[in-house]
Design a protein around this ligand. Structure first.
Ligand code: ADP
Ligand code: MG
Length: 238
């Protein structure tokens, strides 16, 4: 497990600052949801934690260590994206094991980790299938499997459920929460969906135009919004 600390975290693209100084201490094993409208900076914030965007101001600490200049592979994190981009020509097992192969693990080591993850995700019977032979929910689980096999301390999710239909989305929210608590990992989860945020978060960051308008538990934000934006955004239906 690992803490994540954001210290006056900022991001500029050229002359335009899009993240305006975010401070937050995230505890070991906490499930944090970053919620806000399209374009407010959620993905950029997450990508700085992942090491996929450079930090242009402030600091990211993972497990208490400054991570600003660490490569994504050296950060003890794994990321699950919205368009989970499985390799169509590879089997489920190959998709899940690919990162480990790149990292230089032996075939038996890879097989052991992939089998353990597949069992956890209820994909055991499906390891030889190709992505197109899977349902949307199964594909999403393969994408999570790819992250799990690397045994990271921090999971980053960027709108992982937005391509799924409403019923499956509700089911996958529960699965992700269960998995996160079973693994005991810290999670940062991005969504524009207020209901998703309210139901999944231990604490949420309500973002608007690159600013954290409020950080708190769903109840705190719902009952005592600290800005008009927080009140309207959390109060309005998804
Ligand atoms: P969200 O994920 O909340 O929809 P983003 O983090 O993708 O928002 O974007 C935040 C802001 O940063 C937007 O104004 C977007 O246009 C801008 N932005 C994101 N990526 C880049 C980039 N590579 N170059 C320039 N501007 C960018
Ligand atoms: Mg985004």
């Amino acid at each position: 497990m690992a803490t994540v600390t954001l210290k006056d975290l900022r991001k500029s693209f050229g002359p335009d600052e899009v993240i305006h100084g975010i401070d937050m201490e995230i505890a070991d094993g906490e499930f944090i949801v970053i919620v806000g409208p399209s374009g407010c900076g959620k993905s950029t914030l997450l990508r700085m934690v992942a090491g996929l965007e450079t930090v242009t101001g402030g600091e990211v600490l993972i497990g208490g260590e400054r991570a600003n200049d660490k490569e994504p592979m050296d950060r003890d994190i794994a990321m699950v994206f919205q368009n989970y981009a499985l390799y169509p020509h590879m089997t489920v097992a190959q998709n899940m094991g690919y990162g480990l192969k790149i990292a230089g693990l032996s075939k038996p080591e890879i097989a052991t980790k992939v089998e353990a993850a597949a069992e956890l995700l209820q994909l055991d019977g499906l390891l030889d299938r190709r992505p197109k032979q899977l349902s949307g929910g199964q594909r999403q689980r393969v994408a999570m499997g790819r992250a799990i096999v690397r045994e990271p301390s921090v999971f980053l999710f960027d709108e992982p459920l937005s391509n799924l239909d409403a019923k499956l989305r509700v089911q996958m929210r529960l699965e992700i929460k269960e998995l996160q608590s079973k693994l005991g990992v810290t999670a940062l989860y991005v969504t524009h969906d207020q209901v998703e945020a309210m139901t999944m978060a231990d604490r949420m960051i309500v973002m608007n135009a690159g600013v954290a308008e409020q950080i708190g538990t769903p109840m705190e934000v719902y009952e005592t919004p600290q800005s008009l934006f927080a009140a309207q955004f959390i109060g309005s239906p998804a």
